[in-house]
Design a protein around this ligand. Structure first.
Ligand code: HEM
Length: 125
């Protein structure tokens, strides 16, 4: 991990973010707490997540350029996001980071950066 570079750069840019998203969603779909929330055709969700994470990790502002202000908590309000679901989401991401060969300390740094939003999106006890 190069601390003078963004997470986006540390992941290897667009290709790295793409690989992470492609490793992540099959795990989400197979997770009993998360899978039922998502549509059968996961590809549009994957594309949005690729665009969002690119900018969240310090790369190009693909998501905002297309969809405007992210307002991510608001966009999750129509789903029951529980604490258990936030933990499951982060566990899928941890597995995806392992599968794509993202090593420490970058791996833990990314998970810490995502834990903030994940627990912030919790809207259901
Ligand atoms: C905390 C647990 C989470 C749950 C249960 C969850 C669930 C969902 C669901 C069900 C969708 C909508 C899928 C559809 O279009 O039908 C969605 C969309 C999305 N989620 Fe999450 N999510 C979680 C956390 C996160 C986190 C931590 C991030 C990023 C930091 C994130 C980023 C996104 C993005 C970018 C979209 C697409 C938004 C759009 O429609 O434009 N989610 N999420």
């Amino acid at each position: 991990m190069n601390p003078n570079q963004t997470i986006y750069e540390n992941l290897g840019g667009a290709e790295g973010v793409r690989a992470l998203v492609e490793a992540f969603y099959p795990k989400v779909q197979q997770n009993p707490l998360l899978g039922p929330l998502f549509p059968a055709d996961i590809h549009p969700v994957m594309e949005k997540q690729y665009m969002f994470l690119s900018q969240f990790f310090g790369g190009p502002s693909l998501y905002s350029d297309e969809y405007g202000h992210p307002m991510m908590r608001a966009r999750h309000m129509r789903f029951e996001v529980t604490n258990d679901r936030a933990e499951a989401w982060l566990a899928c991401m941890a597995d995806a980071l392992d599968d794509t060969g993202v090593e420490e300390p970058l791996r833990s740094f990314i998970l810490q950066r995502l834990a903030g939003p994940a627990f912030h999106f919790v809207n259901t006890p």
